[in-house]
Design a protein around this ligand. Structure first.
Ligand SMILES: Cc1[nH+]cc(COP(=O)(O)O)c(CN[C@@H](CCC(=O)O)C(=O)O)c1O
Length: 307
C-alpha cells in the first residue's frame, strides 16, 4: 500500500517515510486519544484536486475540539503542507490522512501535559472494497457488534480509539466470508458500515440513516444526497431503517471517501434487488465519478498544482 510513499509531514516538517515514528509511551497509542480524517485527491480534467477539503478540515478541527486537542497549526498551514506533500510525492490522485493526537508525555487518562502531535500522509488508494465491488456490489453481513451510541462516545468526531468498534465489525464480517459489515445501533436499527454511510432505495425514493442513529456525518453522504436531489429524487436523510428493511430493499449502497459509492448486492445472504448494482445506485455512482473526474463543482475542488 505504501510502496510509492517517500515522505510524510509531521509537526511542521517533511520527514522520510521510514523515520515517521512516535514514542512507545505516546498517549494516543495507549488510550486512543487522536482524531483523523480521510480525504481524496482526484485526477480531474484540470489536474489533481482535493475533494471537499474545507469540509474535511472543518470536521478535523471539530473532532479535535471534542477532546480539547489544540491543533498547533492554522488550517491554512495544514492546507499548504498537504498540497506540498502531494506535489513532493508527485501523485496525480491519492488518499490523504490527516491525524492529530496526544503524544509522548505523562501517562494517565488525563492527557494533561501531553503535547499534541499532527501528521499528514498521502498514498495511492484504489477501490476500498475492491475494484469488482464498484461494478458488481459487495456481500455484507449485519454485525453482532453494535455501533456505540453518541451518548457514549461522540459520533460527530472521527476518533482514532473508537475505530476498534469498526475493526471488530469488519473483522467478524471477513472471518465469516463477507466483504463488509453493516452495524446496528444500540436500539437495534441500522447505523452504518464500519467505515461507510449506508443508503437504501425503495419504490424510487432514497433513504439514509440520520445523525440520531449514531452515524458519522459523512461528506460523501452529503454529496450523494445533493446529487440525488439534483436528479429529482426524494431523499429521506434522517431515516430510521430496521434490519428487516435491509432485506426488502430494492437497492442498497455504501458511501465514503474510501468506499466512494459501492453497491451492496446481498445482506446476510439475502439477495438485494437483482443481486447486482441497481439502476439508482448506478445513476448516483456515475454522477459521483463524473463529478470527481470533471471537477465541475469548483467550490468542491482545491487544485494542487495551479494550472
Ligand atoms: C464510521 C464512518 N462512517 C462514515 C464514513 C464516511 O464518511 P466520509 O468519508 O466523510 O464520506 C466513514 C469514513 N471512513 C474513512 C476511513 C476509512 C478507513 O478504513 O480508514 C474513509 O472513508 O476515508 C467512517 O469511518
Amino acid at each position: 500500500m505504501f510502496e510509492a510513499v517517500d515522505e510524510v509531514w509531521m509537526d511542521g516538517e517533511f520527514v522520510d517515510f521510514e523515520d515517521a515514528n512516535v514514542h512507545l509511551l505516546t498517549h494516543a497509542l495507549h488510550y486512543g486519544t487522536g482524531v483523523f480524517e480521510g480525504v481524496r485527491c482526484y485526477e480531474t480534467e484540470e489536474g489533481p484536486a482535493i475533494f471537499r477539503w474545507e469540509e474535511h478540515l472543518d470536521r478535523f478541527y471539530n473532532s479535535a475540539e471534542v477532546y480539547d486537542i489544540e491543533i498547533p497549526f492554522e488550517k491554512q498551514e495544514l492546507t499548504e503542507a498537504t498540497e506540498e506533500l502531494i506535489r513532493r510525492e508527485g501523485f496525480e490522485s491519492c488518499y490523504i490522512r490527516p491525524i492529530a493526537f496526544y503524544g509522548y508525555g505523562p501517562l494517565g487518562l488525563n492527557p494533561g501535559k501531553s503535547p499534541v502531535q499532527v501528521g499528514l500522509a498521502v498514498w495511492p488508494w484504489g477501490a476500498y472494497l475492491g475494484e469488482e465491488a464498484l461494478e458488481d456490489g459487495v456481500d455484507v453481513a449485519v454485525s453482532s457488534w453494535r455501533k456505540y451510541a453518541s451518548s457514549q462516545i461522540p459520533t460527530n468526531a472521527k476518533t482514532t480509539g473508537t475505530y476498534v468498534n469498526s475493526v471488530l465489525a469488519s473483522l467478524e464480517a471477513k472471518e465469516n466470508g463477507y466483504t463488509e459489515a453493516i452495524v446496528l445501533n444500540k436500539e437495534g436499527n441500522v447505523a452504518e458500515g464500519p467505515g461507510e454511510n449506508i443508503f437504501l432505495v425503495r419504490d424510487g425514493e432514497i433513504y439514509t440513516t440520520g445523525l440520531a442513529e449514531s452515524i458519522l456525518d459523512g461528506i460523501t453522504r452529503r454529496t450523494a444526497i445533493e446529487l440525488a436531489e439534483e436528479r429529482g429524487y426524494t431523499v429521506h436523510d434522517d431515516a430510521t431503517i430496521s434490519r428487516g428493511e435491509l432485506y426488502t430493499a430494492d437497492e442498497l449502497f455504501f458511501t465514503g471517501t474510501a468506499a466512494e459509492v459501492t453497491p451492496i448486492r446481498s445482506v446476510d445472504d439475502n439477495e438485494i434487488g437483482t443481486g447486482t448494482k441497481g439502476p439508482v445506485t448506478d445513476e448516483l455512482q456515475t454522477a459521483f465519478f463524473d463529478l470527481v473526474e470533471s471537477g465541475e463543482r469548483e467550490e468542491w475542488f482545491r487544485y494542487v498544482y495551479s494550472n
